[in-house]
Ligand binder design. Sequence first.
Ligand SMILES: [Zn+2]
Length: 336
Amino acid sequence: MKRLSLYASQGKSREMSFYSTERIRRPTITGAFDVGRAAPVVTWLTVCLAVAVGGFTAPSRTKAAKVGQRAVDSGSSSSNNPSDNNVPNHVIRHGDRESSMVALTFDDAPFADTLPALLALLRAENVKATFFLIGQYVERHPELARAIVADGHEVGNHSYSHRDLQRASPTLVEKEIAATQKLIHEVIGTTSTFFRPPFGNVSDEVKRICQREGISIVCWNVDPADWRKDTTRDSVVRNVLENATSGSIVLLHATQRKTIEALVEIIPILRQRGFQLVKLSDLLRDRAHREEMRSRAVGHGQAGTSSPGLSRSRTKAQVGSGATSFSLPALDLPLP
Ligand SMILES: [Zn+2]
Protein backbone atom coordinates (compact mmCIF):
# COMPACT_ATOMS: atom_id res chain seq x y z
CA MET A 1 0.00 0.00 0.00
CA LYS A 2 1.37 3.36 -0.91
CA ARG A 3 1.74 5.71 1.95
CA LEU A 4 1.11 9.35 2.04
CA SER A 5 3.89 11.72 2.64
CA LEU A 6 2.30 13.18 5.68
CA TYR A 7 3.46 16.18 7.53
CA ALA A 8 6.35 16.73 5.24
CA SER A 9 6.62 20.20 6.60
CA GLN A 10 8.03 20.48 10.03
CA GLY A 11 6.45 22.01 13.05
CA LYS A 12 2.76 22.55 13.28
CA SER A 13 1.59 20.86 10.17
CA ARG A 14 -1.34 22.04 8.18
CA GLU A 15 -4.09 19.53 7.93
CA MET A 16 -4.34 20.14 4.22
CA SER A 17 -0.71 19.29 3.63
CA PHE A 18 -1.42 15.67 3.03
CA TYR A 19 -4.26 16.10 0.61
CA SER A 20 -2.19 16.47 -2.51
CA THR A 21 -1.39 12.83 -2.83
CA GLU A 22 -2.28 9.99 -5.04
CA ARG A 23 -4.85 8.34 -2.89
CA ILE A 24 -7.82 10.48 -3.71
CA ARG A 25 -10.33 7.73 -3.97
CA ARG A 26 -12.83 5.76 -2.06
CA PRO A 27 -14.46 8.57 -0.12
CA THR A 28 -15.90 6.69 2.74
CA ILE A 29 -17.66 9.13 4.93
CA THR A 30 -21.12 9.98 3.78
CA GLY A 31 -24.09 11.74 5.21
CA ALA A 32 -24.08 9.39 8.14
CA PHE A 33 -22.90 12.20 10.36
CA ASP A 34 -25.41 14.02 12.42
CA VAL A 35 -24.11 17.29 11.15
CA GLY A 36 -26.68 19.55 12.64
CA ARG A 37 -26.20 18.29 16.14
CA ALA A 38 -22.74 17.01 16.17
CA ALA A 39 -20.47 19.71 14.91
CA PRO A 40 -20.17 22.89 12.95
CA VAL A 41 -20.35 22.28 9.26
CA VAL A 42 -16.81 23.48 8.80
CA THR A 43 -15.56 20.88 11.17
CA TRP A 44 -17.53 18.21 9.51
CA LEU A 45 -16.27 19.19 6.11
CA THR A 46 -12.71 19.29 7.34
CA VAL A 47 -12.88 15.85 8.79
CA CYS A 48 -14.91 14.46 5.94
CA LEU A 49 -12.34 15.66 3.47
CA ALA A 50 -9.45 14.48 5.56
CA VAL A 51 -10.84 11.03 6.01
CA ALA A 52 -11.99 10.70 2.43
CA VAL A 53 -8.77 11.86 0.88
CA GLY A 54 -6.68 9.98 3.33
CA GLY A 55 -8.26 6.90 1.85
CA PHE A 56 -8.05 5.11 5.10
CA THR A 57 -7.95 1.43 5.18
CA ALA A 58 -8.67 0.20 8.61
CA PRO A 59 -5.53 -1.73 9.45
CA SER A 60 -6.14 -5.39 9.65
CA ARG A 61 -5.22 -6.74 13.00
CA THR A 62 -2.65 -9.44 12.90
CA LYS A 63 -1.11 -11.74 15.43
CA ALA A 64 -0.32 -9.26 18.15
CA ALA A 65 -3.71 -7.70 17.82
CA LYS A 66 -5.46 -11.03 17.93
CA VAL A 67 -3.71 -11.77 21.14
CA GLY A 68 -5.05 -8.45 22.24
CA GLN A 69 -8.51 -9.32 21.14
CA ARG A 70 -8.50 -12.31 23.43
CA ALA A 71 -7.10 -10.19 26.21
CA VAL A 72 -9.57 -7.43 25.66
CA ASP A 73 -12.44 -9.81 25.25
CA SER A 74 -11.64 -11.59 28.45
CA GLY A 75 -11.34 -8.32 30.26
CA SER A 76 -13.99 -6.39 28.45
CA SER A 77 -16.50 -6.81 31.21
CA SER A 78 -14.11 -4.99 33.47
CA SER A 79 -13.49 -2.12 31.13
CA ASN A 80 -16.51 -0.20 32.21
CA ASN A 81 -16.68 -1.69 35.64
CA PRO A 82 -14.42 0.02 38.15
CA SER A 83 -15.14 -2.59 40.78
CA ASP A 84 -13.60 -5.38 38.76
CA ASN A 85 -10.25 -6.49 40.08
CA ASN A 86 -8.66 -7.71 36.88
CA VAL A 87 -6.43 -4.68 36.99
CA PRO A 88 -4.47 -4.06 40.16
CA ASN A 89 -5.60 -1.27 42.39
CA HIS A 90 -2.79 1.10 41.74
CA VAL A 91 -3.28 1.00 38.02
CA ILE A 92 -5.01 4.27 37.26
CA ARG A 93 -8.34 3.87 35.52
CA HIS A 94 -10.16 7.11 36.11
CA GLY A 95 -9.93 10.60 37.48
CA ASP A 96 -11.97 12.06 40.30
CA ARG A 97 -15.60 10.97 40.38
CA GLU A 98 -16.74 14.51 41.12
CA SER A 99 -14.70 16.07 38.37
CA SER A 100 -16.20 17.63 35.29
CA MET A 101 -13.29 16.28 33.31
CA VAL A 102 -13.06 13.43 30.83
CA ALA A 103 -9.81 12.35 29.18
CA LEU A 104 -9.72 11.02 25.64
CA THR A 105 -6.74 8.72 25.13
CA PHE A 106 -5.51 7.29 21.84
CA ASP A 107 -3.42 4.14 21.71
CA ASP A 108 -1.17 2.78 18.98
CA ALA A 109 0.07 6.14 17.72
CA PRO A 110 1.48 7.51 15.54
CA PHE A 111 -0.30 5.66 12.75
CA ALA A 112 0.23 7.44 9.44
CA ASP A 113 -3.05 6.57 7.72
CA THR A 114 -5.25 8.07 10.37
CA LEU A 115 -3.26 10.47 12.50
CA PRO A 116 -3.49 13.58 10.29
CA ALA A 117 -7.28 13.44 10.18
CA LEU A 118 -7.48 12.74 13.89
CA LEU A 119 -5.24 15.68 14.68
CA ALA A 120 -7.24 17.86 12.30
CA LEU A 121 -10.46 17.03 14.09
CA LEU A 122 -9.02 17.62 17.55
CA ARG A 123 -7.54 20.90 16.35
CA ALA A 124 -10.84 22.03 14.87
CA GLU A 125 -12.65 21.13 18.08
CA ASN A 126 -9.88 22.52 20.28
CA VAL A 127 -9.59 19.28 22.18
CA LYS A 128 -6.34 18.27 23.87
CA ALA A 129 -5.78 14.57 24.38
CA THR A 130 -3.22 11.95 25.33
CA PHE A 131 -1.59 9.68 22.76
CA PHE A 132 0.14 6.46 23.72
CA LEU A 133 3.04 5.82 21.39
CA ILE A 134 4.41 2.51 20.16
CA GLY A 135 8.18 2.78 19.93
CA GLN A 136 8.41 1.14 16.53
CA TYR A 137 5.84 3.54 15.15
CA VAL A 138 7.83 6.45 16.49
CA GLU A 139 10.90 5.13 14.71
CA ARG A 140 8.96 4.90 11.46
CA HIS A 141 7.33 8.30 11.75
CA PRO A 142 9.17 10.58 14.13
CA GLU A 143 7.66 13.60 12.39
CA LEU A 144 4.19 12.39 13.27
CA ALA A 145 5.17 11.87 16.88
CA ARG A 146 6.38 15.45 16.96
CA ALA A 147 3.19 16.65 15.23
CA ILE A 148 1.15 15.25 18.11
CA VAL A 149 3.01 17.33 20.65
CA ALA A 150 3.15 20.36 18.34
CA ASP A 151 -0.64 20.38 18.46
CA GLY A 152 -0.61 20.61 22.24
CA HIS A 153 -1.33 16.98 23.06
CA GLU A 154 0.72 14.87 25.40
CA VAL A 155 2.25 11.47 24.84
CA GLY A 156 2.68 8.34 26.88
CA ASN A 157 4.59 5.09 26.49
CA HIS A 158 2.76 2.13 24.93
CA SER A 159 5.78 -0.21 24.76
CA TYR A 160 8.17 -0.71 21.88
CA SER A 161 6.64 -3.58 19.93
CA HIS A 162 3.18 -3.91 21.47
CA ARG A 163 3.78 -7.26 23.05
CA ASP A 164 1.67 -8.62 25.83
CA LEU A 165 4.00 -7.98 28.76
CA GLN A 166 2.01 -9.96 31.28
CA ARG A 167 4.14 -13.06 30.89
CA ALA A 168 7.23 -11.47 29.41
CA SER A 169 10.61 -11.84 31.05
CA PRO A 170 11.83 -9.03 33.31
CA THR A 171 14.51 -8.23 30.74
CA LEU A 172 12.01 -7.88 27.93
CA VAL A 173 9.64 -5.80 30.03
CA GLU A 174 12.45 -3.43 30.86
CA LYS A 175 13.56 -3.18 27.26
CA GLU A 176 10.04 -2.61 25.95
CA ILE A 177 9.47 0.25 28.36
CA ALA A 178 12.97 1.72 28.30
CA ALA A 179 13.32 1.72 24.53
CA THR A 180 10.17 3.76 24.08
CA GLN A 181 11.04 6.12 26.92
CA LYS A 182 14.32 6.81 25.20
CA LEU A 183 12.71 7.26 21.79
CA ILE A 184 10.17 9.70 23.16
CA HIS A 185 12.95 11.64 24.80
CA GLU A 186 15.11 11.68 21.69
CA VAL A 187 12.40 12.35 19.12
CA ILE A 188 10.09 14.65 21.04
CA GLY A 189 12.31 15.95 23.80
CA THR A 190 9.91 15.13 26.58
CA THR A 191 9.82 12.44 29.20
CA SER A 192 6.72 10.34 29.39
CA THR A 193 5.34 9.77 32.85
CA PHE A 194 2.55 7.47 31.70
CA PHE A 195 2.68 3.87 30.58
CA ARG A 196 -0.26 2.10 29.03
CA PRO A 197 0.39 -1.63 28.87
CA PRO A 198 -0.53 -3.28 25.56
CA PHE A 199 -3.93 -4.94 25.93
CA GLY A 200 -4.15 -3.51 29.44
CA ASN A 201 -2.17 -6.45 30.76
CA VAL A 202 0.24 -5.83 33.59
CA SER A 203 2.47 -7.98 35.73
CA ASP A 204 4.40 -7.44 38.92
CA GLU A 205 7.44 -6.82 36.76
CA VAL A 206 5.67 -4.13 34.77
CA LYS A 207 4.57 -2.47 38.00
CA ARG A 208 8.01 -2.73 39.54
CA ILE A 209 9.80 -1.15 36.59
CA CYS A 210 7.24 1.61 36.18
CA GLN A 211 7.43 2.42 39.87
CA ARG A 212 11.19 2.50 39.75
CA GLU A 213 11.17 4.84 36.78
CA GLY A 214 8.48 7.13 38.12
CA ILE A 215 5.99 6.14 35.45
CA SER A 216 2.30 5.82 36.24
CA ILE A 217 0.42 2.90 34.71
CA VAL A 218 -2.79 4.22 33.19
CA CYS A 219 -5.59 2.09 31.81
CA TRP A 220 -9.19 3.21 31.31
CA ASN A 221 -12.76 2.82 32.44
CA VAL A 222 -14.53 3.39 29.13
CA ASP A 223 -13.73 1.05 26.27
CA PRO A 224 -15.84 1.03 23.09
CA ALA A 225 -13.50 -1.61 21.57
CA ASP A 226 -13.12 0.60 18.55
CA TRP A 227 -10.39 -1.58 17.03
CA ARG A 228 -12.59 -4.62 16.74
CA LYS A 229 -14.07 -5.43 13.37
CA ASP A 230 -17.49 -6.01 14.83
CA THR A 231 -17.78 -2.51 16.21
CA THR A 232 -18.98 0.40 14.14
CA ARG A 233 -18.88 4.16 14.24
CA ASP A 234 -22.35 4.13 15.77
CA SER A 235 -21.49 1.53 18.40
CA VAL A 236 -18.44 3.54 19.40
CA VAL A 237 -20.58 6.65 19.77
CA ARG A 238 -23.16 4.76 21.77
CA ASN A 239 -20.67 3.07 24.07
CA VAL A 240 -18.77 6.23 24.89
CA LEU A 241 -21.86 8.34 25.45
CA GLU A 242 -23.44 5.67 27.64
CA ASN A 243 -20.37 5.13 29.79
CA ALA A 244 -18.37 8.34 29.94
CA THR A 245 -18.96 10.09 33.21
CA SER A 246 -17.14 12.31 35.68
CA GLY A 247 -13.44 11.56 35.62
CA SER A 248 -13.62 8.94 32.88
CA ILE A 249 -10.59 7.83 30.93
CA VAL A 250 -11.77 6.79 27.47
CA LEU A 251 -9.74 4.23 25.54
CA LEU A 252 -9.68 4.91 21.82
CA HIS A 253 -7.28 3.92 19.07
CA ALA A 254 -5.43 6.31 16.81
CA THR A 255 -5.54 3.70 14.06
CA GLN A 256 -9.28 3.70 13.49
CA ARG A 257 -11.14 5.84 11.02
CA LYS A 258 -14.48 4.93 12.58
CA THR A 259 -13.18 6.44 15.78
CA ILE A 260 -12.56 9.74 14.05
CA GLU A 261 -16.04 9.61 12.59
CA ALA A 262 -17.47 8.80 15.99
CA LEU A 263 -15.64 11.65 17.68
CA VAL A 264 -17.36 14.14 15.41
CA GLU A 265 -20.54 13.29 17.30
CA ILE A 266 -19.05 12.41 20.68
CA ILE A 267 -17.08 15.58 21.36
CA PRO A 268 -19.93 18.11 21.11
CA ILE A 269 -22.29 15.92 23.10
CA LEU A 270 -19.85 15.40 25.95
CA ARG A 271 -19.36 19.14 26.03
CA GLN A 272 -23.09 19.74 26.03
CA ARG A 273 -23.20 17.53 29.09
CA GLY A 274 -20.75 19.84 30.80
CA PHE A 275 -17.60 17.78 30.48
CA GLN A 276 -14.21 19.30 29.87
CA LEU A 277 -12.10 17.19 27.54
CA VAL A 278 -8.60 17.21 28.92
CA LYS A 279 -5.24 15.51 28.85
CA LEU A 280 -4.52 12.75 31.32
CA SER A 281 -2.11 14.92 33.24
CA ASP A 282 -4.85 17.48 33.80
CA LEU A 283 -7.35 14.82 34.81
CA LEU A 284 -4.95 13.27 37.32
CA ARG A 285 -3.73 16.58 38.66
CA ASP A 286 -7.36 17.46 39.30
CA ARG A 287 -7.88 14.12 41.05
CA ALA A 288 -4.82 14.59 43.23
CA HIS A 289 -5.93 18.09 44.12
CA ARG A 290 -9.46 17.02 45.01
CA GLU A 291 -8.21 14.15 47.12
CA GLU A 292 -5.85 16.45 48.92
CA MET A 293 -8.65 18.89 49.62
CA ARG A 294 -10.84 16.12 50.97
CA SER A 295 -8.02 14.82 53.07
CA ARG A 296 -7.50 18.24 54.60
CA ALA A 297 -11.21 18.74 55.10
CA VAL A 298 -11.56 15.64 57.20
CA GLY A 299 -8.25 16.21 58.96
CA HIS A 300 -6.60 13.10 57.71
CA GLY A 301 -2.82 12.80 57.87
CA GLN A 302 -0.54 13.61 55.01
CA ALA A 303 -2.15 15.62 52.27
CA GLY A 304 -1.73 14.19 48.85
CA THR A 305 -0.73 10.74 49.92
CA SER A 306 -3.77 9.35 48.23
CA SER A 307 -2.97 10.80 44.87
CA PRO A 308 -3.63 8.44 42.00
CA GLY A 309 0.02 8.03 41.34
CA LEU A 310 0.68 10.93 39.05
CA SER A 311 4.39 11.24 38.78
CA ARG A 312 5.42 14.66 39.97
CA SER A 313 9.02 14.48 39.08
CA ARG A 314 11.50 12.33 37.36
CA THR A 315 14.62 11.06 38.94
CA LYS A 316 16.08 10.08 35.63
CA ALA A 317 16.32 12.23 32.56
CA GLN A 318 15.78 9.20 30.43
CA VAL A 319 15.50 5.51 30.73
CA GLY A 320 17.56 2.83 29.17
CA SER A 321 20.78 2.87 27.32
CA GLY A 322 19.67 3.06 23.74
CA ALA A 323 16.88 1.63 21.65
CA THR A 324 19.23 0.51 18.95
CA SER A 325 21.13 -1.72 21.33
CA PHE A 326 18.09 -3.82 21.96
CA SER A 327 17.17 -6.85 19.97
CA LEU A 328 13.47 -6.41 20.13
CA PRO A 329 11.20 -8.37 17.86
CA ALA A 330 9.62 -6.73 14.88
CA LEU A 331 6.14 -5.48 15.45
CA ASP A 332 3.69 -7.83 13.89
CA LEU A 333 1.34 -5.19 12.66
CA PRO A 334 0.99 -3.57 9.26
CA LEU A 335 3.14 -0.60 10.00
CA PRO A 336 2.47 2.53 8.06
ZN1 LIG B 1 -2.32 -0.83 21.86
